[in-house]
Ligand binder design. Structure first.
Ligand code: PGA
Length: 251
């Protein structure tokens, strides 16, 4: 079901006490507020249970940053979807550009990770987005289409309705170079069109599409006001409770 979501991707940041303070800070600042979006934090795996404990008492939802494509077994260092489910982690980022780049994750592997999450009733936040060179060569629509087709379009309509997509142009991540609202809207409308073509217009209208890439308290309102932008996946600006909550309140 389409809904507004603001999700914080903490990446590999913060030690335990800092993570606990940030979680508590966000939860406290959101308490009693009328919100127009779902709020998700995605801390490092080690802190997920701490975060889900807080989430029980607040409006916060918790997401992981990665998941294995296997169910269980001899995969040292990996974390399975069933494990995420067992500590009440609701969401999981899949295919972030940093995982694609540094850990060589390709669309075929990401499709398997999406399947595992859906098997265990978790919501994948599937990331897509072009690098600068691809945009300069005007290949960005083609690149995003391929990422989505190969990572998600094996799903049937029911399965697909449980997926969130995040468009994150790689040139905008951590660089301070945000996509303009027009650029973000253009890509989001294109993605919705792909979904309509593959499934139906109804399914496309019901899909949640997030924007990510240098989204902050100053630019969130304009980005989120675009017709096809249903919220954000926030990196750097999710590491300060005050700024993250300002972004949440942009809705
Ligand atoms: P950023 O990161 O907000 O720091 O650009 C976004 C992301 O990588 O999800």
């Amino acid at each position: 079901m389409r809904k507004n979501i603001v999700a914080g991707n903490w990446k590999m940041n913060l030690e335990f006490t800092e993570a606990e303070e940030l979680t508590a800070g966000v939860a406290e600042q959101l308490e009693g507020q009328a919100l127009n979006c779902e709020v998700v934090i995605c801390p490092p795996a080690l802190y997920l249970e701490m975060a889900t404990d807080f989430a029980e008492e607040s409006v916060l939802k918790v997401g992981a940053q990665n998941v294995s494509n296997h169910d269980s077994g001899a995969y040292t260092g990996e974390i399975a979807a069933g494990m995420l489910a067992s500590v009440d982690v609701k969401y999981c980022i899949v295919g972030h550009s940093e995982r694609r780049k540094y850990f060589h994750e390709d669309n075929a592997l990401l499709a398997q990770k999406v399947d595992k999450l859906l098997d265990y009733g978790r919501t994948p936040i599937y990331c897509c987005g072009e690098v600068l060179e691809e945009r300069e060569k005007e290949n960005h629509f083609k690149v995003v289409e391929q990422q989505i087709a190969e990572g998600l379009f094996h799903l049937n309509e029911d399965e697909f309705s449980n997926v969130v997509i995040a468009y994150e142009p790689v040139w905008a991540i951590g660089t301070g170079l945000t996509a303009s609202p027009v650029q973000a809207q253009g890509m989001h409308a294109f993605i919705r069109g792909l979904i309509a073509k593959k499934y139906s217009k109804e399914v496309a209208e019901e899909t949640t599409l997030l924007y990510g890439g240098s989204c902050n308290a100053n630019n969130a309102k304009e980005l989120f006001s675009q017709r096809d932008v249903d919220g954000g996946l926030i990196g750097g600006a999710s590491l300060k409770a005050g700024e993250f909550v300002s972004i949440v309140k942009s809705f």
